[in-house]
Design a protein around this ligand. Structure first.
Ligand SMILES: [Zn+2]
Length: 479
């Protein structure tokens, strides 16, 4: 259980929403699988109705506008198409979101515009002239120290950095510097993992300048208008961050009784840890409890990108290896704290070792012996063992360590089988005694696997939660 969780009644879990300029690839998909397994876990503890899991697409701003133009499509049509393709990718991974939000959804447009107007009324947003370097890939103003020696954005070396001078609305970011520092220092789990917390504190040390939260419409024609000023468009990041509030508010889940957890990639932590809280503070709205920033996935030592031509879609992996193999691989070996390097070869090795030989083999062995014994194994209650030692790492969202614990239980179970040699036991009572222990243990493991590999978990449950256990097709055929 998490600290301070006793007073929380509900859980809100979000992923970042993806730009609708291109369909998501496995790099983006990791975050969905991670958040999904945590959401499924919390549903077991808090009840299905008390957990809300949100994902979606970020559809406004220059990036999406230019991508649509390149395809000769209207931006409405283009973002609708990408959004629905993204959703297919996410569905292929069996992601149990409660809402797939699009920032073009009417309720979101209304909410973003309302919040902006309220901040304007309170004086935390004001109009002024601005000059600065803008990266259209990041949709963000850059300081000189953010840029390479040749004044290029490190994330977007192919894009021209532009010096913009324009009238914008500004958020009084500088006024919240101390509040932010205090928040990050005092609230233990506000930023995870720990090293990311220090990064944010270091950024604050440089001091905050007020930040533009609008762009002139003649430069960025695609977005939500500033309510009282039709010439200005709300900055895409201000708009996008509000999506969490839009969806949660409707379910009465943006409040002190809800534990709010944002999963994001490390590249957008600054927006979530430093900008979003200020937007909320300026409106006196509750803050998120945890912002978890994971690393990046590289493919055989290279960044995954369209321009490098090494993009892999989640649905392609799922077609080849099955949804749970893909989920397992990324949950166990994904960039939970640091960047990771993956390869298809590594995925296949892990599949064979952990799934075909590990879990699959142990399940098959026990089923075969139970069937052969002719004995009956009355199913125990499906009592959950969610707050047991195996799950302790989940309090810090370390699903990889939780899986390690479960696989250790599988190894112990295998050891129990090898040491007791049920196949050689002739005494029926003794055989029943030994096999019952093993059947009980595999039933227990099948239950706790549910948040991570739900389809496999259900298959094992269907096979084992009955009196007469039978052998079935292998869970993970060897590659
Ligand atoms: Zn950039």
């Amino acid at each position: 259980m998490l600290k301070n969780d006793k007073e929380k009644e509900k859980i809100l879990i979000t992923t970042a929403i993806d730009y609708a300029n291109d369909v998501i690839h496995i790099g983006h998909a990791y975050e969905k699988i991670l958040a999904d397994s945590v959401a499924r876990y919390y549903r077991k503890i808090y009840g299905k109705e008390n957990v809300y899991f949100l994902t979606g697409t970020d559809e406004h701003g220059t990036t999406n506008y230019l991508a649509a133009k390149e395809e000769n499509m209207s931006v409405e049509e283009y973002t609708r198409k990408i959004s629905s393709l993204d959703r297919k990718e996410i569905d292929a991974l069996n992601i149990s979101y409660d809402r797939f939000i699009r920032t073009t959804d009417p309720d979101h447009v209304k909410t973003a515009s309302n919040l902006f107007e309220k901040a304007l009324e309170r004086g935390d947003i004001y109009k002024a002239e601005y000059e600065g370097f803008y990266c259209e890939g990041c949709e963000e103003y850059k300081t000189l120290s953010d840029l390479d020696e040749d004044k290029k954005c490190p994330q977007h070396p192919n894009k021209q950095i532009r010096l913009l001078k324009e009238e914008n609305y500004f958020l009084r970011w500088s006024a919240y510097e101390n509040a932010l520092r205090e928040l990050i220092e005092k609230k233990d789990d506000f930023i995870l993992p720990e090293n990311k917390k220090n990064e944010m504190l270091a950024f604050l040390e440089q001091g905050l300048n007020d930040i533009p939260v609008s762009r002139p419409k003649y430069k960025v024609p695609w977005g939500i208008s500033v309510p009282s000023d039709e010439e200005q468009i709300i900055y895409v990041w201000y708009d996008a961050l509000v999506n969490y509030y839009t969806a949660a508010k409707q379910k009465d889940m943006w409040n002190e009784k809800t534990k709010i957890i944002h999963f994001v990639g490390k590249d957008i932590l600054r927006f979530h840890a430093l900008l979003w809280p200020v937007m909320l503070l300026s409106l006196e709205l509750p803050l998120p409890d945890t912002i978890y920033a994971h690393g990046f996935i590289n493919l055989k030592g290279k960044k995954i990108s369209k321009s490098l031509g090494n993009v892999i879609r989640p649905s392609d992996l799922v077609k080849k290896y099955g949804v749970d193999a893909v989920r397992y691989y990324f949950l166990k070996h994904g960039p939970i704290t640091e960047d990771v390097d993956i390869s298809i070869k590594h995925l296949e090795e892990v599949y064979n070792a952990d799934l075909a030989n590990g879990l699959g083999n142990t399940v098959a062995r026990i089923a075969k012996m139970a069937e052969r014994s002719g004995l009956s194994f009355e199913p125990q209650e499906k009592e959950f063992v969610w707050q047991a030692p195996w799950s302790a790492p989940i309090s810090k969202f370390r699903v990889d360590l939780a899986l390690q614990n479960i696989w250790r239980m599988l190894t112990d179970l295998d050891k129990h089988i090898n040491e007791n040699e049920p196949w050689a036991i002739e005494d029926q009572e003794e055989l029943k005694n030994v096999l019952s222990k093993e059947v009980y243990q595999i039933r227990k493991i099948s239950l706790i696997l549910e948040p991570f590999i739900p389809s496999t978990s259900r298959r094992i449950q269907e096979q084992f939660f009955k009196d007469r256990i039978r052998s079935e097709e292998p869970l993970f055929p060897k590659l």
